[in-house]
Design a protein around this ligand. Sequence first.
Ligand code: SF4
Length: 180
Amino acid sequence: MLKVLVSGCLAGRPIRFNETSVPVCSPIWEKWAAEGRLVHFCPELAVGFPVPRPAAEIVGGTAAGVLDGAAHVREVDGRDVTDLFRLAARRALHRAVEANVALAVLVDGSPTCGSSTVYDGSFAGRTVPGRGVAAEELQRHGIPVFHEGQLEQAASLLEELERNDLVAPDLPLAERLPRP
Ligand code: SF4
């Protein structure tokens, strides 16, 4: 049975920066939970961020730039947390590979988990198209990332993969892990 990596704050735990969770009300989600497919993981908590914590945004570029050393992640008070966000992304990838997930469903808008939008780095509440750092790392290593509004698309891909006895990423596990 193929597994799905999901943001730890989806459907329950109030672990986001502002001590909230993101509700999910969907028969697809309930079915996946009953089948034991869900692998909950919060990359930010995995590297020691507390709850609550200051808001953070990608500044001066994209998540790809953060991974490649060309952009930063800063908290609202200016603290540079780029290295921690890179580490959080690596931990998410390791958890995904360890659990052999076929795909991920992550919370959109987050500087870590976002997959279609992120905040623009101005801390003014404006969003732009883009990914969070962990979502970018997962995509780079062949793990498709959906957001919580795309459960039907994610379920379709999962069904197709199971019907064809495939795992989404066709790279060997070792090649999906980040280089040291
Ligand atoms: S890092 Fe991801 S899983 Fe953790 S609280 Fe933020 S959106 Fe949720």
